[in-house]
Design a protein around this ligand. Sequence first.
Ligand code: SAT
Ligand code: MN
Length: 615
Amino acid sequence: MVGFGAKPRGTLQLETLMNQVMSSYKTGNEELDRWIGEMAELCRPAGVHVCDGSDREYGELAAQLVREGKATALNEAMRPHSLWFHSDAEDVARVEECTFICSRREEDAGPTNHWVEPGEMKRKLGGLFSGCMEGRTMYVVPYCMGPLGSPFSIVGVEITDSAYVVLNMKWMTRMGKEALKQLGNGAFSAGMHSVGAPLKQGQKDVRWPCHVKERCIVHFPEERSVWSYGSGYGGNALLGKKCLALRLASVMGKEEGWLAEHMLILGLTSPEGEKKYIAAAFPSACGKTNLAMLTPTLPGWKVECVGDDIAWIRVGDDGRLWAVNPEAGYFGVAPGTSMKTNPNAMRTIAKNTIFTNVALTGEGDVWWEGMDGSPPEKMISWLGKVWKPSDGPAAHPNSRFTVSAKQNPIYDPMANDPKGVPLSAIIFGGRRNGVVPLVYESFSWQHGVFLGASVSSESTAAAKGEVGKLRHDPFAMLPFCGYHMGDYFAHWLEMGKKTSADKLPKIYYVNWFQKDAEGKFLWPGFGENSRVLKWIFERTSDKAPAKKTAIGSIPTSLDLSGLEILTEKLTALFSIDREAWLKECDEIKNYFKVFSSRMPSELLRELDELIRRLH
Ligand code: SAT
Ligand code: MN
């Protein structure tokens, strides 16, 4: 790889570029060439750069950002080939209030999405994007979500005026030439992105250009397109991730009979060498990356990582559910990541990593709250100022690392297999300080779908707004479902009818986050979660004991060898407080009313059954 000191290739001037795009430059796809020309005309960039995805291109763009003062190259000896960015203080998370699903009919977006009539939204976007790239380079980023060569993969093209986005897309997707080859002359999902900060002649650029006042992330599900304006933050700007691989893909999945889910995928191998795959859905910043890369404390058990955020799930020829991770990298939350909590993540991010909004140490390395060791004496906080303890956290709570999955020491050997991996279990979970026990198993697929639909979790820093507030987040998909959530529940029920019950993965609910009266966590979590995974693993072949309770089946014994935990803590972890659960049921009942006539009656019946069992 070329070092960050390398000379950048000059970007072409508009005219040369337009000529090139229109006549000589061919991406190999006629519709794409036409679209690039049309967008260049609309956005009026100073140049166009079609990305090839090479290491050389990455090195040149990185060097350019360093020269412009937009990125800091980290200490080459401590964190080779890595970059530090810190954003505009207002542009640090997803913005759900400015995220829209503009389906033709309002009812198709459903009550949990923001909707604007597509024509009206397009007029607004036309205004926002007109001339929005003046003085900047327009990058064309072809990318593939899913393994190259797989018929199930989806090719997208993101047009962006952010070189930071290009660098992130390199690690998060299969990007550039390979994606164009996969595309051929086929159809692609179009994603337009601009930070919304045109540069007038002679004007000096800012470090993190954005236009937060006019931020909007807009999806047109019928056209499979996305328009994102005003933000450079990952979830808003890396359009292959939440926008395409979840919001648009969920719509495609509904139409074509598959699922696009906010789930990690892990492979779990027993001491006897038997391997099973598990997918798990948790809301953002609730530990998906940690679970996906877990180091078991139970001897002989091994976890390997297929993905940490998104799963596409289909019924395979054998009738089992097969899952693919459409991404190629991790966009993980940094704070709390350490050699103790997630050594595999720490090893993964040892080099070739982009850090955003963490703190920068005096030695030119990175730091965040919850990292090993005490804070370094000298640090620049994520705000770009010399840090003092009285300033609050040195790293933003939603600060992130971006890194290729290939660097993960426990990258699963099947992670690139076009078929995916067969699922034995699906887990749902949220961040709940009480009520929900450590783990329980659903009685059936339909009951499992009810569990997914009833997920509630405390809000985190991954989205703008208050942190720690309990909200319903069905299937951890509330911010990511591209259509009516009632129809989504029905689609999950339908998926269960596509195959026989014995082929379906078993469904579980876990809660690592219960607290005692003093606010301390009852369960140690992290590597100790392997004890719960072992129980699930053995349950899927009917080898572990369980007892039926009103809410589901719970373990009668959990492997606690080598773990010191007080009996009263264990009792609390599995206690089912009838009154609290009846209150929970009231909550769920109220919430389900939001979906009115599109709420599947099966799930209402599941709720009635649960109430009956609790009584
Ligand atoms: O910001 S992202 O949407 O990319 C990550 C997350 O919130 O899950
Ligand atoms: Mn996520």
